[in-house]
Design a protein around this ligand. Structure first.
Ligand code: PLP
Length: 380
């Protein structure tokens, strides 16, 4: 049995997505800007995908910019707003547990002279809302807080933040929230999403920019994407993204319910059968993520042990785990976990394809792996 529990890193593409992309590459290869029928067909598929994605966010079609990934969406939002609003203020407020796509961009902006304040979290990765409220002042031009944390699944209160943002633009990195929580009513001014987290193609993202927000054009050229991002559209990628969103949102609640059921079953099983664990995800977190520290073990070794049984998990975010010498999860550290507790952490992340039967298999192998590790390491 193969059990894929690394869906926060990426998901398996829906078959319908692959088929739609194949059709696009094989049959509809015209340039959307061309005046002939083949061009028109491509333009139509891009338009259709834009409509589907706009609807899923409660946005207008002219509020969506297609990008190459979630990282590009995040970078564009941060750099674009910082640079265009420089005269209005110099302060940016974000959290300590953002993805590197936001944190690294903030570091660049700090070097450019912007003041960035990083808000802390509690032991379940919940944002310190009092500190956030204190941090947002008249000089604050941008607030960027993720919708769902990629390592713990903690849902951030974006609506509440919208109510306290004063004159700032509110951006949310919703790469992990998209397709898992409702974003239509989150009241953010800008939203970053990525296709490969919801069974769409890798290398495809979008940025919602509320009408009226002044974002500088950042790729100059032929004027595609309403002039913001020139370059011939990635028609197969956009087609696949649209198809993925269409399928994922068709039965939104059913999908989330399936994830929640698998997550609940695994969590209860861990609590029942494995002692000395810390559940790092909050009770009311997203259905897609469960982060657990198995004390007296090393997550990386557990990961490779489980891999031998074709169970695929993660020690944290894929983006930070592949950086050699980068050390431990900045998210779990910000939550106050001790290095040993971080070392034993495993992230299980779910899709609607996971089943309770799979979780029985995972629990069996996990319990064995943890016991063996602890025996060898003479834990307690
Ligand atoms: N933001 C969050 C919260 C993520 O989890 C990720 C990817 O893991 C990204 C941004 C980057 O998205 P992409 O891989 O599409 O660049």
């Amino acid at each position: 049995m193969l059990v894929y529990l690394d869906n926060s890193a990426t998901t398996r593409q829906y078959d319908e997505v692959t088929e739609a992309m194949m059709r696009s590459m094989r049959d509809y290869y015209g340039n959307p800007s061309s005046l002939h029928t083949l061009g028109y067909e491509s333009e139509k598929t891009v338009k259709n995908a834009r409509r589907i994605i706009a609807q899923s966010l409660g946005a207008g079609e002219d509020e969506i910019i297609f990008t190459s990934c979630g990282t590009e969406s995040d970078n564009t939002a941060l750099y674009g707003i910082a640079h265009s609003r420089r005269r209005q203020g110099n302060k940016i407020v974000t959290s300590r547990v953002e993805h590197p796509a936001v944190l690294e961009a903030c570091k660049v902006l700090e070097k450019e002279g912007f003041q960035v304040e990083y808000i802390g979290v509690d032991s379940k990765c919940r944002l310190d809302m009092d500190a956030l409220k204190r941090a947002i002042d008249d000089d604050t031009i941008l607030v960027s807080v993720m919708s769902v944390n990629n390592e713990t699944g903690t849902i951030m209160p974006i609506q509440e933040i919208a109510a306290m943002k004063k004159n700032a633009i509110l951006h949310t990195d919703a790469v992990q929230g998209y397709g898992k929580i409702d974003l239509k009513h989150c009241r953010a001014d800008m939203i970053s999403v990525s296709a490969h987290k919801i069974h769409g193609p890798k290398g495809m993202g979008a940025l919602y920019v509320k009408k009226g927000i002044n974002l500088p054009a950042y790729l100059a050229g032929g004027g595609q994407e309403r002039g913001y991002r020139s370059g011939t559209e990635n028609v197969p990628g956009i087609t696949g993204f649209g198809k993925a969103v269409e399928i994922a949102f068709r039965d939104f609640n059913g999908r989330v319910r399936a994830m929640a059921e698998a997550r609940r079953y695994l969590l209860d099983g861990i609590n029942d059968s494995i002692r000395d664990v810390i559940i790092n995800s909050p009770e009311d977190g997203a259905a897609s993520v469960l982060n657990v520290s198995f004390l007296g073990t090393r997550g990386e070794v557990l990961l490779h042990t489980l891999e031998q049984d074709r169970i695929f998990v993660s020690t944290g975010s894929a983006c930070s785990s592949n950086k050699k010498g980068k050390g431990q999860s900045h998210v779990l550290a910000a939550m106050g976990l001790k290095p040993k507790e971080i070392e034993g952490a495993i992230r299980f992340s779910f899709s609607e394809f996971n089943t309770v039967k799979e979780m029985d298999y995972v629990l069996d192998r996990l319990e064995k792996a943890v016991t063996r590790f602890r025996r060898l390491g003479s834990f307690r």
